[in-house]
Design a protein around this ligand. Structure first.
Ligand code: ADP
Length: 402
């Protein structure tokens, strides 16, 4: 069975074709600059194998339909393609950013589901319309294929009201669904499942803190396999310090910036999303550059690292208090998987809570999931690579089975 996984952005389509029997990636690629003067498609067949084959096409790509047709042309290429024709695709999984309160699970796409994704556009005005573009085009090209929406927010729909409500006038929740939703749910759910496997326990018996540190960063408290709190809120701006996003700040900041700097709300929004976080503090948002700068004596880079890892510690402590018993802490995504310094700093001083890192295991580099805590650590610590596309494909398989 071959599944097609699609992550459609406003001017891009990221995709994978996965053979589900072996969970092998047959093709992976990215269509970029859709609707611009010069479009680009980069496709890799059988990535990471001896027969890996890369193709780059540069040409104007008018819209998502044209982009998708270009991809299908490559996938079905007589000489190098991985499918004979489109009918070999058994199911399609679409990443959808915001399911609001409508979706607690991944769901087969029907006209009603499309309507609900549309209804949630006010909560994700940039992402949901782009995700819908991908869905519409795939429905047009593959009308008979089973298609599933996998929501970034769904995993967190188990949060209780005391965790998801903002202390604002209640009418804002009643009328406009203003509340915390959380994101990165597919990643948190995936690494939680992998962690349960490594712990040798069913997920519904696991209490975990999953720490996703990439360009976007979030942390989730998982009780008995369910998300009970998460650091991203109504939008993906709340919580941890991210590459270019501020995370938590005083909500009166907007007024201060308006009154003292004459900034309009839109400019403040751009600043908080694109010019803040690590980049705001030290001018760099790639953690590798920041470490290099720290080594070269750059004090601001050191400060950025401190501010991020201190915020991580604060949230881990909070989630320990939320959960009481914690079986494991899991680090994932670009920084979480690769950065031993950030991991060590984020857990600094937590020996009193039973968290003991093995410095040697933490420093080892590997693409495999692994335990980095000491034998006597009462909370185990894992590094588990996230795999959003595979997670989406597994969700699709679950929906088909269900
Ligand atoms: P996204 O959130 O866009 O999916 P990723 O999970 O791929 O991002 O994470 C990207 C970030 O991971 C980069 O900006 C960089 O800061 C960090 N990163 C990647 N490789 C390393 C590494 N070897 N050491 C430290 N940080 C890394």
């Amino acid at each position: 069975m071959k599944f097609f996984v699609i992550n459609s952005g406003s001017s891009s389509i990221k995709y994978q074709v996965i053979e589900m029997k072996t969970e092998t990636v047959l093709a992976t690629g990215l269509v970029e600059r859709i609707g611009e003067e010069t479009g680009r498609l980069k496709n890799t067949f059988l990535p990471g194998t001896a027969t890996q084959r890369e193709t780059v096409l540069e040409q104007p790509i008018e819209d998502h339909y044209n982009g998708m047709m270009l991809v299908i042309g490559l996938l079905t290429d007589k000489e190098h393609g991985v499918i004979a024709d489109a009918s070999e695709i058994s199911a399609i999984g679409h990443r959808v950013v915001h399911g609001g309160e409508d979706f607690r699970e991944s769901t087969r796409i029907t006209p009603k589901v499309i309507e609900a994704i549309q209804r949630n556009i006010p909560l994700a005005p940039l992402h949901n319309p782009a995700n819908l573009d991908g869905i519409r085009v795939a429905m047009e090209i593959f009308p008979a294929v089973f298609q599933v929406a996998v929501f970034d927010t769904a995993f967190h729909q188990t949060m209780p009201p005391h965790a998801f409500m903002y202390a604002l006038p209640y009418s804002l929740y009643e009328q406009d669904r203003v509340r915390r939703y959380g994101f990165h749910g597919t990643s948190h759910r995936f690494v939680a499942g992998e962690c349960a496997r490594l712990l040798g326990k069913p997920l519904p018996e696991c209490n975990l803190i999953t720490v996703h540190l990439g360009n976007g960063c979030s942390m989730t408290a998982i009780e008995n396999g369910c998300s009970v709190d998460t650091s991203l809120g109504m939008t993906p701006l709340e919580g941890l310090v991210m590459g270019t996003r501020s995370g938590d700040l005083d909500p009166a900041m907007h007024l201060f910036l308006k009154q003292n700097k004459g900034m309009e709300l839109e400019a403040i929004d751009v600043m908080l999303n694109k010019e803040s976080g690590l980049k705001g503090l030290c001018g760099m948002n790639d953690m590798r550059d920041i470490h290099q700068a720290v080594a070269d004596g750059n004090a601001r880079a050191a400060l950025a690292l401190d501010v991020q890892t201190y915020r991580n510690r604060k949230y881990i402590g909070a989630y320990m208090a939320v959960l009481g018993r914690v079986d494991a802490i899991v680090f994932t995504a670009g920084i979480g998987e690769n950065d031993d310094i950030v991991r060590a700093e984020s857990l600094k001083g937590m020996e009193v809570f039973g968290v003991r890192i093995d410095a040697e295991k933490n420093a080892q580099r590997s693409k495999e999931a692994r335990c980095i805590s000491t034998q006597d650590s009462s909370v185990q610590v894992f590094v588990i690579p996230t795999n959003e596309e595979l997670a989406i494909a597994r969700e699709v398989a679950n929906v088909i089975r269900g």
